[in-house]
Design a protein around this ligand. Structure first.
Ligand code: PSU
Ligand code: MN
Length: 303
């Protein structure tokens, strides 16, 4: 057992009993949503996973260790302290060596989940190719991780703060399956569909589980995106949210925002400009992904 990893009692018991486990990221708590909704959502999401037959494993870096499964106090600490680092693949060694507190992105959560033997991970949205990446070269490390690390990420697609078309091109080049769950189109986070077609659709979690197992049994490295649209009743009006996103992009440029600050800045601006309605949509889609993630983990565990 790797001495840099520690498990909560709940996750350790699930592992000992070969129960299905769903990984959860912590950047969505520290940098993706405001306090206190972030911590409340994290707790609700964990409970949804339990209610659907799996065990939640929220992942973060603390005290020089990768923590798989967090206590209530640890969730609170992540959600309500100003100096939590956003940790992607690049930052993992640094955070462990310096014993600082770090919240894992999709990329870093995938790495930690794979180390722990967890195959299914649920979140809100993945990072991607940013608009204007042809000059900024801002491409999220999440995409490279999906190409490398064997974890399935259940998400509501990618936000249109990103270039969704280029994100899909990048994933195709890297051989990452993007599977539409009950949809033929790539979802766009706040809306159920973007203009982009997917190449495969699954209408039940058993099919999803079989596709993942076949890929991994072939020895193909890398993960997969399970693209699960926001429930219709919580979806936002497309022209409204896209107008807001355009305005947030202008403000990011005016403020000279770059690098790892870009995604948190845009998420915060969108929330501010929509007076919080985007936050409600965000919370609802994460809850839906947790439910599908738990059902997928159960189905995968039974194969
Ligand atoms: N998209 C969201 N909410 C989030 C993130 C993305 O809708 O909280 C976070 C995730 O942790 C994701 C990270 O892995 O932002 C991507 O950041 P970057 O673009 O800097 O790679
Ligand atoms: Mn970036």
């Amino acid at each position: 057992m790797n001495s840099m990893i520690t498990y909560s009692t709940e996750v350790q018991q699930a592992m000992d009993n070969n129960q299905p486990i769903v990984a959860l990221e912590s950047t969505i708590i520290s940098h993706g949503m405001p306090y206190p909704q972030n911590v409340e959502t994290a707790r609700i999401v964990e409970q949804i996973i339990r209610d659907n037959g799996a065990v939640p494993a929220t992942i973060a870096i603390m005290d020089g260790k990768i923590k798989i499964g967090l206590s209530d106090e640890e969730l609170e600490l992540l959600g309500n302290s100003p100096d939590v680092a956003k940790v992607s693949r690049r930052d993992l060694g640094q955070l462990i060596a310096t014993k600082k507190i770090g919240a894992t992105t999709v990329a870093a959560t995938m790495i930690c989940a794979e180390l722990a033997g967890i195959r299914v991970f649920a979140t809100g949205g993945i990072g991607g190719v940013h608009r204007g990446a042809e000059t900024t070269m801002d491409i999220s490390a999440d995409l490279e991780e999906l190409a490398t690390t064997g974890v399935a990420v259940v998400c509501a697609g990618a936000k249109s703060i990103l270039d969704i078309g280029l994100t899909l091109e990048f994933l195709e080049t890297k051989g990452v399956p993007v599977i539409g769950y009950k949809t033929d189109k790539m979802p766009a986070f706040y809306t159920q569909a973007s203009e982009f077609d997917l190449t495969f659709r699954a209408d039940d979690v058993e099919t999803l589980a079989k596709v993942l197992k076949a890929k991994w049994d072939l020895g193909l490295k890398g993960g997969a995106v399970v693209a699960n649209p926001i429930p219709a009743e919580h979806a936002m009006e497309e022209s409204f949210i896209n107008g807001i996103i355009d305005q947030a992009m202008v403000e990011a440029k005016e403020n000279g925002i770059a690098g790892k600050e870009t995604t948190p800045f845009l998420l915060g601006k969108v929330k501010e400009l929509t007076e919080g309605t985007s936050l409600v949509a965000n919370i609802e889609l994460v809850k839906h992904n947790a439910e599908v993630g738990a059902k997928l983990a159960v189905a995968y565990n039974e194969l």
